[in-house]
Structures are given as structure tokens and as C-alpha cells.
Design a protein around this ligand. Structure first.
Ligand code: NAD
Ligand code: ZN
Length: 247
């Protein structure tokens, strides 16, 4: 068995309170491309341009056409993978208390986790920019872009665009979860998007062990994280759970 898988299984086994910070990488095995890295959306478009609130306000048709329509189709089809299901199992084992996710795909909740902070909002709901009316994304008429509310206002997804603030209560709850955990799992995030990448630093400063799961190194590796278990999220989480069961 991989030494680091065993170490992670022991660290989680000994912890009373585990938190997880997840990013786009955890959903790659569910068929959702990440922004950065191999096969990432970045290879085709610049998300800093297309997922920026200024671009959306200036040219909503372009953002819906190039980014949001595709995202909706991909997210609609996606199912939780072994990593999401493994985290749900860790919650049932009473180890994992809170997931802070940067993802907008809703897959952690679909897997069964109950305390999920959607740091960057979600793509499941749209909000009218004029009257504030909310509508499930699946029920919004996309035959006309941009989609419109009955009042004539434009719908926007309830996710946080680049250039927008993280809802303050999400930020506060994430900081609390990071400060009180004994182990933080950092799974599938490039740790380049602020302020999400600061969450593991808070965990570390409060004495938690920080374990990264990612096929690649990130700016957190060696500096903030105690160690990196290299590999795909689904494989590594499955191996860690198997190691916990066999010890
Ligand atoms: P990112 O795209 O910047 O980085 C993805 C990370 O995942 C990289 O470090 C990569 O090495 C790693 N990775 C790739 N395949 C993996 C696998 N199989 N298992 C584990 N790790 C893997 O992602 P980010 O840090 O989350 O930042 C991007 C932002 O874009 C997020 O804030 C999020 O809001 C948004 N986004 C969300 C989704 C989604 O909801 N699924 C998808 C794309 C982008
Ligand atoms: Zn409206």
C-alpha cells in the first residue's frame, strides 16, 4: 500500500473533526472539465474573461453562449463519482463534518453530504436581475439567450463570477469550519483562486493537518499542506477508505 495513503487513513482515523475543501478536480471523473490543467476549459477560452462579472454585464449573450449553455448541459448529465461518494461515507462514519466546495455542480449534495458550503454559489438556480425572482435552472427557457424572467428582467446563475464578492456568511462559516477541524482534505483544487485558497492556511494555523489529493503539485504543496497524495480524487479517496477499513 502507498505509504501516504496509509498515513492519510491513520490521520483521518485519529481525527475527531475532518473538513474538506474541494475544487473542480474532484468532479473531473464525473465528466466536468476543470478550468486549469489538462483538458481544462482554459485551453479553449479564458475563464477570467468569460466568467468575469464585467463580461457578463457587458455581453450576457456571449457568456451564455460560450460558457453557461455548455456548463448547463454538462452539469445536467453529471453524477457523483467515487470521490464524492467516499466523502459522503466519511460523513456517515461521523468523521467529515463540513465540505467547503468551490464547485457549482451540486454533486456533493447529490452524493449525500449534508453540510456543504457552496463557496462560489451554485448553478442549480437562476435569479432575475430585476425582480429577484428565483427559478430552477432546469425550468428556465433557454431557447432564447439570455433567458428572461416573466417581468422581462434577465436571469443570471446564482454562482459567484470572478470580480464578485464571496457571500460574507459563506466566508465566515468556511473560516469557522477550517479553524475547528483537526484534518483538512484539500481535493482537486489548483489553489490559485482567492480567497478559497486561504482556507487551508486557516486550518494549518489552528493546528490542523492539511492533506492534499491531486495529480499535480499546487502552490500549497510543501508550504501549507503536510503532504500530497498524488492521484485522481476517485482512486485516492477509495484507497484511503479501504485502508481505514482494513486497519
Ligand atoms: P481549477 O480548474 O483551477 O484546478 C483544477 C485542479 O484539479 C488542478 O489542480 C488539477 O491538477 C486537479 N485535478 C485534475 N483532475 C483531477 C482529478 N481527477 N482528481 C483530483 N484533482 C484533479 O479548479 P479550482 O481550484 O476549483 O478553481 C476553478 C474555479 O472554477 C472554481 O472556483 C469553481 O467555481 C469553478 N469551476 C467549477 C466547476 C464545477 O462546478 N465542477 C468546474 C470548473 C470550474
Ligand atoms: Zn423578474
Amino acid at each position: 500500500m502507498d505509504k501516504l495513503v496509509k498515513r492519510a487513513a491513520d490521520d483521518i482515523g485519529n481525527a475527531g473533526n475532518v473538513a474538506a475543501l474541494t475544487g473542480a478536480g474532484i468532479s473531473v471523473e464525473s465528466g466536468i472539465p476543470p478550468f486549469r490543467g489538462k483538458g481544462g476549459i482554459w485551453e479553449k477560452i479564458d475563464p477570467m474573461e468569460f466568467a468575469h462579472i464585467d463580461t457578463f454585464m457587458r455581453d450576457p449573450v456571449k457568456v451564455w453562449d460560450v460558457l453557461l449553455k455548455d456548463m448547463k448541459e454538462i452539469i445536467d448529465k453529471a453524477k457523483p463519482n467515487a470521490a464524492h461518494l467516499g466523502l459522503a461515507k466519511l460523513e456517515k462514519m461521523n468523521k467529515l463534518k463540513t465540505i467547503i466546495t468551490q464547485n457549482v455542480d451540486g454533486l456533493h449534495q447529490m452524493a449525500g453530504n449534508t453540510d456543504v458550503i457552496e463557496f462560489h454559489g451554485n448553478f442549480a438556480w437562476q435569479k432575475c436581475m430585476k425582480c429577484g425572482n428565483r427559478c430552477e435552472t432546469g425550468k428556465v427557457d433557454l431557447s432564447r439567450i439570455p433567458p428572461k424572467c416573466k417581468c422581462g428582467g434577465m436571469f443570471r446563475p446564482e454562482c459567484v463570477f470572478f470580480g464578485e464578492m464571496i457571500p460574507p456568511d459563506y466566508l465566515a462559516r468556511s473560516q469557522q469550519a477550517a479553524a475547528r477541524c483537526d484534518v483538512m482534505l484539500v481535493i482537486g483544487t489548483s489553489a490559485l483562486v482567492q480567497p478559497a485558497s486561504y482556507i487551508p492556511v486557516i486550518a494549518k494555523e489552528n493546528g490542523a493537518k492539511v492533506i492534499e489529493i491531486n495529480p499535480e503539485r499546487t502552490p500549497l504543496t510543501s508550504r501549507v499542506s503536510d503532504y500530497l497524495v498524488k492521484g485522481k480524487a476517485g482512486d485516492v479517496v477509495t484507497d484511503i477508505l479501504a485502508a481505514m477499513e482494513s486497519s
